[in-house]
Design a protein around this ligand. Structure first.
Ligand code: S3P
Length: 166
């Protein structure tokens, strides 16, 4: 079974995935990390040197190629569900979980990890909040296609939700 974690950048998809997978006895993959290793470059360098379109095609290819015959938790990049038919592909291949987290925590995380994320590099805190509001508004319809919406649930709570939704 495949479990996909989706949501805005900084919502903790990698943290949840890393911790949830061993509790389920599943393997874990972070799509951004997979792409970085495959390309031998950071996401920031891929955006700068090859462009966003190139990165989006790599995300799409990764999701399309995923073998459904494995137990795997997949953390996706914040934009992945919003390009091509990626959200439909994920819904067909497995269980999608939307981490619709509290805004303040997400902003705090983004301010800490801003340098790694090309789309928000160089924004002030106020600009970041505007970016968050606008981008979330346009991305929400995609994220909301996820089968489960877990709000601010922590990892053990997500595990309980999964047990109740077999
Ligand atoms: C992106 C989010 C990033 C990464 C890339 C683009 C986005 O992943 O895929 O910088 O478009 O929201 P995280 O959600 O892990 O930050």
């Amino acid at each position: 079974m495949l479990i996909f974690l989706v949501g805005f950048m900084g919502c903790g998809k990698s943290y949840v995935g890393r911790n949830l997978a061993p509790m389920l006895g599943f393997d874990y993959v972070d799509v951004d990390k997979f792409i970085e290793e495959k390309e031998g470059m950071s996401i920031k360098e891929i955006f700068e040197l090859k462009g966003e379109d190139y990165f989006r095609k790599l995300e799409q290819q990764y999701l399309q190629d995923l073998d459904t015959d494995q137990n795997l938790v997949v953390s996706t990049g914040g934009g992945a569900p919003c390009f091509f038919d990626n959200m439909d592909v994920m819904n067909e291949k497995g269980l999608t979980i939307y981490l619709n987290r509290n805004k303040e925590k997400v902003i705090w995380r983004l301010l800490k990890g801003q340098h790694k994320r090309p789309l928000i590099a160089g924004l002030s805190e106020d600009e970041l909040k505007v970016f968050y509001d606008e981008r979330l508004e346009s991305r929400k319809p995609f994220y909301e296609k996820a089968k489960l919406h877990v709000g601010d649930a922590d990892v053990p709570e997500i595990l309980d939700i999964l047990k109740k939704n077999p």
